[in-house]
Design a protein around this ligand. Structure first.
Ligand SMILES: NC(=O)C1=CN([C@@H]2O[C@H](COP(=O)(O)OP(=O)(O)OC[C@H]3O[C@@H](n4cnc5c(N)ncnc54)[C@H](OP(=O)(O)O)[C@@H]3O)[C@@H](O)[C@H]2O)C=CC1
Ligand SMILES: O=C(CO)COP(=O)(O)O
Length: 336
């Protein structure tokens, strides 16, 4: 299978990542429709070719159009879900209600697992649109850099190998390189889990610890990500790839990371309510920490860093105390 330049694509989610991915797809499709929920934003995309609230420095190509209408997906050959994870179920239901053809592939590009059910985004989409072929796309890819055409790599995963290969072509440009995989669960879990460690990295900076502490947390965070990720169905090697350690590194070290910024503010003494109100963008690690903490308890996996972030976010434990206690745990070998 392969996508043709004469075909159209639809991106649900007109935030920063949906917009950056629309720019990638615009090089391979006739028209890319960015579906948002605000008429003013659509008018701006169609009239000024900008999406200033989310990516203020970017001019969009003319073949990206804004819309609020889910039925725009009816004439698409490819659909991307790039919504906050909390909005994915409702959006998938709304899309199913349009009666879209079951042949249209759907790619989830969101990072997180559902609060309450612990479902991955591809599982939710499959539940509501069971006939459509599904894939996931993830990696160390901040929207600000991809939309500025700065070199980035990602991975697209599907159990439909021909679909993964076709998607690899349309997720590749001169500045964006995409690899393939069939480990859908591992790719999604890496993207969800790193959100929590990015908050931890921000907290560490906020409470005034140094580079050594962040490197230690990233390394032990990778061990935690791998342990829990395997228990939840991912393959070990995926966590050493772009959607695992790659994304862990970029979000733990980049000032673009919203999760990192949440942690930094918490470590500096702001409340969660204050920082989320100020951010104005989704930081998936906040709801994710709860769903991931619950998944770890359910599977009886030891996750001290995730537990510490959970205590800061949901149990009002002072950040310095929660992170500090990681050093005083029982001593153990590095590799179990
Ligand atoms: N930003 C990035 O660099 C990357 C983000 N991701 C992932 O992509 C997903 C989207 O993130 P991102 O684009 O950054 O988020 P943003 O905060 O930039 O944008 C969120 C978008 O979702 C819309 N939205 C918010 N709530 C709802 C809702 N309840 N129903 C429908 N639409 C809603 C917003 O609409 P409105 O403007 O009307 O509020 C906005 O268009 C997340 O899972 C994130 O982890 C993955 C890789 C990189
Ligand atoms: O996933 C991302 C980059 O790969 C975006 O991370 P944040 O949501 O922390 O900004």
């Amino acid at each position: 299978m392969q996508f043709e330049k004469s075909q159209n694509a639809v991106v649900f989610g007109a935030g920063s990542w949906g917009t950056a991915l629309a720019m990638v797809l615009a090089e391979h499709f006739n028209k890319v429709t960015l579906v948002g929920r605000c008429e003013d934003q659509c008018a701006e995309i169609n009239g000024l070719h900008t999406n200033a609230n989310y990516l203020p420095l970017v001019t969009l190509p003319d073949n990206i159009v804004g819309s609020t209408d889910y039925s725009d997906a009816l004439d698409a050959s490819l659909i991307l879900f790039v919504l906050p994870t909390s909005a994915t179920r409702e959006a998938a239901q709304e899309l199913a209600d349009t009666g879209i053809p079951s042949s249209i592939p759907i790619v989830s590009c969101s990072k997180g697992i559902e609060r309450g059910t612990g479902s991955r985004m591809s599982e939710i989409i499959e539940e509501l649109l069971p006939e459509n072929p599904i894939a996931v796309h993830s990696g160390p890819t901040h929207a600000e850099e991809v939309s500025a055409h700065l070199a980035s790599c990602a991975v697209v995963g599907s159990t439909h190998l021909a679909l993964a290969a076709a998607l690899q072509q349309v997720f590749t440009t001169s500045y964006f390189r995409t690899y393939t995989s069939d480990d859908v669960a591992g790719i999604e879990l890496g993207g969800a889990l790193k959100n929590v460690f990015a908050i931890a990295a921000g907290i560490i900076s906020g409470i005034g610890l140094g580079d050594n502490a962040i490197a230690a947390m990233v390394t032990r965070g990778l061990a935690e990500m791998t342990r829990l990720g395997i228990a939840l169905g991912g393959r070990p090697e995926t966590f050493t790839g772009l959607s695992g350690v790659g994304d862990l590194m970029v979000t733990c070290y980049s000032p673009h990371s919203r999760n990192n910024r949440v942690g930094l503010a918490l470590g500096s003494g702001e409340t969660l309510e204050e920082v989320t109100a100020r951010l104005g963008m989704v930081a998936e690690g906040v709801p994710n920490t709860q769903s991931i903490y619950e998944a770890a308890r359910k599977h009886d996996i030891e996750t001290p860093i995730i537990d510490a972030v959970y205590q800061v976010l949901y149990q009002e434990k002072p950040a310095k105390e929660a992170l500090g206690e990681l050093l005083t745990r029982d001593l153990k070998p590095e590799v179990d």
